[in-house]
Design a protein around this ligand. Structure first.
Ligand SMILES: Cc1ncc(COP(=O)(O)O)c(C=O)c1O
Length: 409
């Protein structure tokens, strides 16, 4: 007689703290959708949910690669023409000490691989709070204790150096910077990058600089056609660094899952680590193959779509900021890059309850600040301001009404 297993297969306990608030709210939204309502998703940073289109020449290049039979496994680090294009991009970013580049399944995989290749049990990595939750999820998965440093809301969300210094331990291996930042939309100043570089030099740290939004700087001067984004690795060419980048946001193809890492710094200092990264890259075979043929045309071809994307985002950011400034209980440091705003709210209950009730009552979906981390006693929510102005205005009117009805003025 066939045996049936009757005991529950439990998930590993190290996953207990793995949360991804951005998608975890989906069950509340499902309730509302089941009642026949439409939910306005201001929670997921996917431009293709709104009026943004992938540049056609990139699609053509990938289509051609598929037709040309590039459908087998690719080399583990990536296809040569893509690697060469990423090196070119690194040079344009002012990174002069490139030691290695590799292609991954989204910047997400680069984060996963690079963190796994670095930290041993008992060691730690400084991550920002608030942060993009992938970093804490990967560290939880690796069984690494979280060690977060504050971003200072009173200083345009710059990293709080005193807090970083306080949190450094003899077992700290590196610092994560997210610049432009998700969820705050802030940009690190040159002085801040220099100060972090100095700390890294003094304490023998590697810096992971997540620059996936580096072409979405909203105060961009289109007349001069120049970007004010400063790559950490350009400011600190000697410091061991992996710069994370990718196609998802700048080139409007999040579903292709194409990202990369650029290793820079003193050659001798990064050699062994870089070899460790490659061991992991080989173990997972390769990143998506045909999509890698979109990298060169994206990075080297026409960049016209970026002017349009930034124009739309600037106008939507301005509308968002105006709303924050004119709404009781809401205040916000103006975002300067990416497509997120992270307003503070003055309410007598948790921001998680606020967000869940907002979905239930007004069918607008934002993400609670506690899903990203924030200073105790403060409450925030993250807005994705990708929708067009009319949709945003409707959403903001609904949020303002909700605030009034639930908390008074
Ligand atoms: C700061 C940051 N890093 C990395 C990612 C993941 O990017 P990818 O789609 O390339 O995996 C995101 C996605 O939202 C992000 O906001």
């Amino acid at each position: 007689m066939a045996l049936t297993q009757s005991r529950e297969i439990t998930a590993a306990s190290r996953l207990d703290n793995v949360r991804y608030a951005i998608r975890d709210l989906a069950s509340v939204a499902d309730e509302v959708i089941a009642q026949g309502h439409k939910v306005l998703p201001l929670n997921v940073g996917d431009p293709l949910n709104f009026d943004f289109q992938t540049p056609p020449h990139i699609i053509e290049a990938v289509y051609k690669a598929m037709r040309d039979g590039r459908n087998g496994y690719a080399p583990s680090p990536g296809v040569p023409e893509a690697l060469e294009a990423i090196r070119g991009e690194a040079a344009r970013k002012g990174i002069r000490t490139v030691r290695d580049v590799f292609v991954t399944s989204g910047a997400s995989e680069a984060v996963d691989v690079c963190l796994a290749a670095l930290v041993n049990p008992g060691e730690d990595l400084l991550t920002p709070s608030p942060d993009y939750p992938l970093y804490s999820a990967v560290l939880c998965k690796l069984g690494i204790r979280l060690n977060t440093y504050d971003l200072n809301e009173d200083d345009q969300w710059q990293p709080e150096l005193a807090d970083i210094t306080r949190k450094l331990t003899p077992r700290t291996r590196g610092i994560v910077l997210i610049n432009p930042n998700n969820p705050t939309g802030s940009l690190c100043t040159r002085q801040m990058l220099e100060q972090i570089a100095e700390l890294a030099r003094r304490h023998n740290l590697i810096v992971f600089s997540d620059e996936i939004y580096d072409k979405l700087i909203l105060d961009f001067d289109s007349q001069k056609n120049e970007t004010p984004h400063l790559a950490f690795a350009a400011v600190a060419p000697d410091v061991p660094c992996v710069t994370f980048g990718g196609m998802s946001k700048n080139y409007l193809v999040p579903g292709w899952r194409i990202g990369w890492g650029i290793v820079s710094g003193d050659a001798a200092a990064v050699k062994a680590y870089s070899e460790g990264v490659h061991r992991l890259l080989r173990a997972r075979l390769c990143a998506n193959h045909p999509e890698q043929y979109g990298i060169k045309p994206a990075l080297e071809g026409p960049q016209d779509h970026l002017l349009e994307v930034r124009r739309k985002l600037r106008s939507r950011r301005d509308l968002t900021q105006k709303w924050c400034e004119s709404t009781a209980r809401v205040s916000c440091v103006a975002p300067r890059g990416a497509f997120y705003a992270y307003p503070k709210i003055d309410i007598p209950e948790s921001d998680e309850i606020f967000v869940k009730e907002l979905i239930r009552q007004k069918h607008v979906m934002v993400v609670h600040g506690s899903g990203f981390g924030q200073k105790p006693g403060t409450q925030h929510f993250r807005i994705v301001f990708l929708p067009d102005e009319a949709t945003l205005a409707k959403a903001y009117a609904a949020i303002a009404e909700f605030l009034r009805e639930r908390y008074g003025n």
